[in-house]
Write a protein that binds this ligand. Structure first.
Ligand code: NAD
Length: 498
């Protein structure tokens, strides 16, 4: 069994708090590691290393910083198979899906390679008599990221790549459930030429998170995880005067209009509902067919597809999805299926009896499909985060739109239709941050920004894209006049541009 470490000041450092959590392999249910849980003092050591390294990194010109990122990209490609294998083993997703997880992170590193251009300020020549005005973007200093289990490569890279490209030093607190890939990423970045101390990884739980939130040397915190913790991190981080952005849970709807291409819609629902065992913040967990005829047709086609989903260990390249992340996650999701039955929804496909031959101790759950789910049910209101799709029947387009808008979460949503007017109206009026038109998982590409609305996100700026550069920098505006200019004596009136 492997004992994992922290990564501080460019070195692997053993945990000294005496506290550990167990790391389990979801496909077999075996313990594979012990993960150290950092104390306040260990977090402080990471912050001090970051603080010492940051000024020299910020003073390195942006083109040189970009070259380190480019080298990092090469190493990510070199080690792609190894990273995907470790990721799949710790998380449970299939190796193919693990490669997608890495690739989505790589795309943000590629975006951050444009930092010389992205950091450029603005300049106004002759804003007044002999006066020039210009703005600069400067890094914040030491910043931190707290990330969830479900994308252990992508989300850490979404956070640290733009932050480091801007000239900040970073302390990452990844999920304690799958921290190996984040540690490998830090090693690779060091190998690419990143100075020691610019990217540190501390493993831990609430104690480490609280230490980061309260540390006066941390200027900004980016969090991704469940809504209750997102809200907590946002409140506590803001109370200590930090810049904070927190991304939380989701309940993503897919509206099926009567004119939708049904083959395409069913494929979309199967992939987006059950891929990665439904453990994606952009997974589709609610299908909303409009009209009884659409609903009946959708159910007729969905049932055999859900029944024939291929579930397998992460190493099976032909599997549609693998196990859930932990035994607790499996119990929680099964509990929601039991609850849905009690609440009166129709369980059209019941995956609770699924057993994976040869992997009986793994955390597998067969695909579950509910029909006749209503908005008052807890299985509709709460995020299940498992391979469970709920069908909520709507009578009209307006009813379907209202459902999406009334839900407390607003991360992603999709509409499937051939009607351009309906799609346009939906995109304009739906109260959700990321919208797909005949696209079930509308995760924006790296040079746009990612973020939900309502209780799916707290804070003002989104992740990656131009917002990430705004989040990880501060703007300074300089108004300059050279002495050869007009001598107009002391003025007691506020300067204007009359
Ligand atoms: P989680 O909230 O349990 O954990 C997220 C992070 O918070 C981890 O690093 C964890 O160690 C830390 N943490 C856990 N409990 C804490 C506490 N009491 N105090 C302080 N920190 C604590 O989330 P998870 O189960 O790892 O991830 C799944 C959740 O993340 C889902 O709700 C999913 O929707 C959400 N998610 C959201 C997005 C998004 O961009 N909106 C993306 C991915 C995942």
């Amino acid at each position: 069994m492997q004992e994992l470490t922290h990564f501080i000041g460019g070195k692997h450092v053993a945990g000294t708090s005496g506290r550990f959590t167990e790391g389990w392999q979801p496909m077999t249910g075996e313990q594979i590691s012990r993960v150290p849980l950092a104390s306040k003092a260990e977090v402080r050591a990471a912050v001090e290393n970051a603080r010492a390294a940051q000024p020299a990194w910020a003073a390195t010109n942006p083109q040189r910083r970009a070259r380190v990122l480019m080298k990092f990209l090469q190493l990510l490609e070199r080690d792609n198979d190894k990273l995907a294998e470790v990721l799949a083993r710790e998380h449970g997703k299939t190796i193919l899906d693990a490669k997608g997880d890495i690739q989505r992170g790589v795309e943000v590193v590629e975006f951050a390679c444009g930092i010389p251009h992205l950091m450029k300020g603005e300049f106004t020549d002759g804003a007044g008599p002999n006066i020039d005005v210009y703005s600069l973007r400067q890094p914040l200093g030491v910043v931190a990221g707290i990330t969830p289990f479900n994308f252990p490569a992508m989300i850490p890279m979404w956070k640290f790549a733009p932050a480091i490209a801007c000239g900040n030093a970073f302390v990452l607190k990844p999920s304690e459930r799958d921290p190996s890939v984040p540690l490998m990423l830090a090693e690779l970045f060091l190998e690419a030429g990143l100075p020691p101390g610019i990217l540190n990884v501390v493993n831990g739980d609430k104690e480490a998170v609280d230490a980061l939130l309260d540390d006066p040397d941390i200027q900004a915190i980016g969090f991704v995880g469940s809504t209750a913790i997102a809200e907590y991190v946002y409140a506590r981080g803001c109370a200590t005067g930090k810049r904070v952005q927190c991304f939380g849970g989701a309940k993503n709807h897919l509206v099926v209009m009567p004119d939708a291409d049904m083959d395409q819609t069913v494929d979309a629902l199967i992939g987006a509902g059950y891929g990665s065992a439904g453990e994606r913040c952009m997974a589709v967990s609610v299908a909303v067919p409009v009209g009884q005829k659409t609903a009946d047709e959708l159910m007729r086609r969905l049932i055999p597809r859900v029944e024939s989903l291929k579930i397998g260990p992460s190493t099976d390249s032909s599997a549609d999805y693998g196990p859930l992340v932990t035994a607790q996650a499996l119990e929680r999701v099964r509990g929601y299926v039991d609850l849905g039955v009690k609440e009166g929804a129709t369980l059209a496909v019941d995956g609770r009896g699924f057993k994976m031959q040869g992997y009986e101790k793994g955390y597998y759950l067969g695909g579950c499909l509910f029909d006749n789910v209503t908005p008052d049910m807890r299985i509709y209101k709460e995020e299940i985060f498992g391979p469970v799709l709920s069908v909520v029947r709507a009578n009209t387009y307006e009813d379907a739109l209202k459902l999406c808008n009334d839900h407390e979460y607003g991360n992603g949503v999709a509409i499937f239709t051939r009607d351009g007017d309906a799609a346009r109206d939906f995109a304009a009026r739906v109260q959700v941050g990321m919208i797909g038109v005949n696209v079930p998982i509308p995760v924006p590409i790296a040079y746009y920004t990612f973020g939900g609305w309502k209780r799916s996100a707290f804070g003002d700026l989104n992740q990656h894209g131009p917002d990430s550069i705004r989040f990880y920098t501060r703007t300074k505006t300089v108004t300059a006049r050279w002495p050869s200019g007009v001598k107009d004596g002391a003025s007691f009136v506020i300067p204007t541009m009359e």
